[in-house]
Write a protein of this length. Structure first.
Length: 249
């Protein structure tokens, strides 16, 4: 099974998931520029929004998580929710919230595919060689393959629906979904950074230069690590072309 066959391009064929990762990083950078521009006029409203969200306590978190599950299940970009989570709940709170929402979404998609949409998904597989290749590899390789697949920027909802139609066990599936967290973390970080930049630009509260520099440095290191992990995952997946057939985990 070659890397290109499962939608992960080789070095000679850039594009696909690699392009999606690049676009996500461009969107994140554009968001920071926009935050600087709009922060001067609207940055002073951010503390009010944060206080309003905080006043709803757990209910606010649950409503946000429910929106993630419902909307991303119909292919609304999870990146949008990750950015919003970072802006409203900070890096740690946003990552925890979007990770929980992402795992619940994956579980729901898996269950819907296996119990209700199996024929529909099988139709997708019959029309898409790449999705069919993923199905064959998952049935053969198990947990490690699924985890590596989640580290690549292939649409996670599509993957969840496809995996629901395979023979993989739910426990294997949900453990492999932890591979989604690094990408979600970076996206949340961009949202939190945009909120920080907007506040600084709008002079809402005092922020030391050192704090801003450390925050930017943390973002740069996180992006670099994500790019590195994605490349490692793509190389590892390309090795499955000559891997021996193994029973599913």
């Amino acid at each position: 099974m070659s890397s290109s066959a499962i939608g992960i391009p080789s070095k000679q064929k850039p594009g696909g998931p690699h392009l999606r990762l690049t676009l996500k990083l461009i969107v994140g950078a554009a968001l920071l520029v926009l935050a600087v521009w709009l922060g001067r006029d609207f940055g002073h409203h951010l503390p009010e929004v944060e206080r309003w969200i905080g006043s709803h306590g757990l209910v606010g978190w649950l409503v946000f998580a429910a929106a993630v599950v419902v909307l991303t299940s119909v292919f609304f970009p999870d990146t949008v929710f990750a950015l919003i989570a970072g802006g409203l709940f900070g890096v740690m709170g946003g990552t925890v919230l979007i990770a929980i929402g992402g795992l619940i979404t994956a579980a729901v998609n898996f269950a819907m595919s296996r119990l209700l949409l199996r024929n529909t998904v099988r139709g997708w597989l019959s029309r898409s060689p790449r999705l069919a290749a993923i199905e064959r590899a998952v049935n053969r390789e198990g947990l490690r393959f699924q985890f590596l697949l989640r580290l690549t920027p292939i649409n996670p909802v599509t993957v969840s629906y496809v995996l629901g139609a395979t023979n993989t066990r739910f426990t294997t599936f949900i453990v492999a979904c932890l591979g989604l967290i690094p990408t979600l973390f970076v996206e949340v970080y961009f949202g939190a950074m945009a909120s920080h930049v907007a506040k600084v630009s709008g002079k809402v509260s005092a922020h030391s230069t050192l704090h801003t520099v450390l925050t930017i440095a943390g973002l740069i290191m996180s992006v670099a690590l994500l790019v590195y992990m994605t490349r490692v995952a793509r190389r590892a997946l390309s090795g499955y072309e000559m891997a021996p057939v193994k029973p599913p985990a």
